[in-house]
Design a protein around this ligand. Structure first.
Ligand code: SAM
Ligand code: GLN
Length: 319
């Protein structure tokens, strides 16, 4: 897929014409959002008022209620330009996060564009699995810091940034084979002030780790089977990067490799935490057991579906 760079003001042509006066003439946040809602409604976007408020919230990086609470404030040129682009793209059918250029992950606002998967709520739970292990590891050591975490296929950097912000885990190595994804991740790492703890590396799965050892391997790899990708909902299939989703003929291509490579790079007692497709969770847990992991457990996501496989590298000192 051709790379799509982030929006800049120079991408924008104004919304003009008698039927659609430009947002750029609105003087308050409230009037800009009323105009945005009209334009979205005219384009057939359902629940247009709420959409406009959510686009505003994403652009300013606050809760949706900010649209109401800030309605009397003057609308700045920068806001009108961003809102104008968001409305036009949403009206053309872009997913909301790509239209706004921002997605919320565990309360952190991340920059996203079409080079990265939009972070999913399921993945927020994967971060929880890792945080739980880091807390317990901190208890064992007497301090939580000092662990090294590898986030394989970091995309927007969602998992790496959340872990860096929410845990004192010493260092996070985040890999991706997509240069475009790493550029987005770099922007998010910088924006959240965690560049000193998150190292971004380009390469195939765990290859960038070389001979280094880590305490945790976490990954939300591509896990949709190729035949299923063709049947994904059009919003996902049309807009999101296929290389982030397509896990090969049986959906397990990347997972098989990650499981085997993780066994080699994890320290004794280290954690493997994977997000997986619900129908194949059992198979992934078997793969982990076959690779020599202990306590291979399937955990459920917020929708009650089998979604995570958690396993420990045995503390037997063997390679
Ligand atoms: N971690 C992010 C998240 O959870 O939102 C993105 C996950 S997305 C499902 C999978 C990511 O893995 C994509 O960014 C894709 O570029 C990357 N990827 C796919 N195959 C890869 C490979 N062989 N080596 C490295 N990265 C890969
Ligand atoms: N849950 C994603 C979806 O919307 C798939 C993510 C993945 O392949 N890791 O289909």
């Amino acid at each position: 897929m051709a790379e799509v760079r982030p929006l800049t003001p120079s991408d924008l042509s104004p919304l003009t014409g008698p039927a659609h006066p430009p947002l750029l003439t609105s003087h308050t946040v409230g009037s800009a959002l009323a105009r945005a809602a009209d334009l979205l409604e005219a384009a057939g976007v359902p629940d247009a008022r709420r959409e406009a408020d959510e686009l505003y919230a994403a652009i300013v990086g606050r809760a949706t209620s900010a649209a109401w609470l800030e309605r009397e404030q003057p609308s700045t040129e920068a806001l009108r330009v961003r809102l104008d682009a968001a409305v036009r793209h949403r009206a053309q059918g872009w997913p909301q996060a790509y239209a706004a250029g921002r997605a919320n992950f565990r309360g952190h606002w991340l920059t996203v564009d079409r080079r990265v998967l939009i972070p999913r709520p399921e993945t927020e739970g994967l971060v929880e699995v890792v945080l739980e292990w880091l807390r317990a590891a901190g208890g064992r050591r007497g301090a939580e810091g000092g662990s090294v975490v590898a986030d394989i296929g970091t995309g927007s950097g969602a998992i790496a940034v959340a872990l860096a912000l929410e845990s004192p885990a010493g260092r996070i190595i985040a890999t991706d084979r997509s240069a475009g994804a790493l550029a987005v991740a770099r922007a998010n790492v910088a924006e959240h002030g965690v560049a000193s703890r998150v190292e971004l590396c380009r390469g195939h799965l765990l290859a960038p780790l070389g001979n280094g050892r880590v305490d945790v391997v976490v990954s939300n790899p591509p896990y949709v089977a190729t035949g299923e990708w063709e049947r994904l909902e059009p919003g996902v299939r049309t807009f999101e990067p296929r290389e982030a989703l397509d896990g090969g003929p049986d959906g397990l291509g990347a997972i098989r490799e990650i499981v085997v490579s993780s066994r080699a790079v994890l320290n004794d007692g280290g954690l493997l935490a994977l997000e997986v497709d619900a129908p194949r969770a059992g198979r992934v847990a078997e793969l982990a057991a076959e690779a020599g992991f202990n306590s291979c457990t399937i955990l459920h996501d917020l929708f009650g579906r089998p979604r995570y496989v958690r396993a420990w590298r045995p503390s037997d000192g063997s390679d």
